[in-house]
Design a protein around this ligand. Structure first.
Ligand code: HEM
Ligand code: HEM
Length: 186
């Protein structure tokens, strides 16, 4: 098996870094939202509205990304890496996809159970998910949403440590092929 020198395609790179950026925006929006008094301040509503719109965008992009990924398999990991590391990397990637779908669905379900609209950047309203109108259920969906976010942070930490280990310790091209502004190693 060849060592992984080739960068990912522009489409794969755009999906990866676009979604990563939007996830950072999501966390930023919620951090700002939490500074406001949601009951009194209209700005809080604007931030949560943006959070929902960006979240639904992540859902759509992730579905598109999965279709793309099924048509374009990932590059193999370096043969030198132990099997457990490759398995951990692949498991992390799969769980990322699961969460990038489950988080928006959980948020959407919470809004639907609370009887709140989910608009997409004020352009159109998305239909509610078929869940009962029930405040306690909405709270449960939000608790799941928050728990999912914590798992996402753990995955991200593992993912970044793995990427940095490849780059600085193994000194291979795994990070380069996802971040081709770096210098390619011979
Ligand atoms: C990948 C996409 C998403 C990410 C990464 C994300 C992330 C987060 C984070 C970090 C929080 C704060 C959790 C906490 O306080 O511990 C949160 C809360 C929330 N999210 Fe999301 N979210 C996403 C998608 C969505 C979507 C699509 C919706 C709705 C359609 C949504 C609705 C909410 C709501 C209502 C809250 C609770 C705000 C409050 O404290 O009242 N989220 N989300
Ligand atoms: C929220 C942020 C991020 C998410 C959701 C995410 C998600 C993913 C996913 C799902 C894959 C697998 C692609 C596939 O084969 O289908 C991947 C690959 C990769 N990511 Fe991330 N990523 C994020 C941030 C980062 C960051 C900050 C770095 C660098 C420090 C990074 C470096 C990489 C590398 C190097 C690969 C390629 C691994 C390989 O070639 O097998 N990612 N990422």
């Amino acid at each position: 098996m060849a060592e992984p020198r080739n960068r990912y395609s522009l489409v794969s790179l755009t999906f990866h870094w676009g979604i990563a950026l939007l996830v950072a925006v999501q966390v930023g929006l919620i951090t700002v939202f939490e500074r406001y008094d949601a009951a009194k301040d209209p700005l809080a509503g604007a931030y949560i509205g943006l959070h929902k719109s960006v979240g639904m965008t992540i859902l759509a992009l992730t579905l598109g990304r999965i279709v793309w990924r099924l048509m374009n398999p990932a590059h193999p990991l370096p043969v030198a890496a132990p099997r457990w590391q490759n398995l951990l990397a692949r498991t992390t990637h799969i769980l990322f996809y699961v969460l990038l779908i489950a988080l928006p669905l959980g948020g959407w379900a919470a809004s639907s159970a609370a009887g709140r609209a989910v608009e997409w950047f004020g352009l159109f309203s998305l239909p509610g998910l078929p869940v009962p109108l029930d405040r306690a259920l909405a709270r449960t969906f939000l608790d799941m949403h928050e728990a999912g976010v914590k798992v996402l942070y753990v995955l991200l930490a593992l993912h970044v440590v793995g990427a940095l280990k490849h780059h600085f310790i193994d000194r291979d091209n795994v990070l380069y092929r996802m971040l081709p502004i770096l210098r390619r190693r011979p």
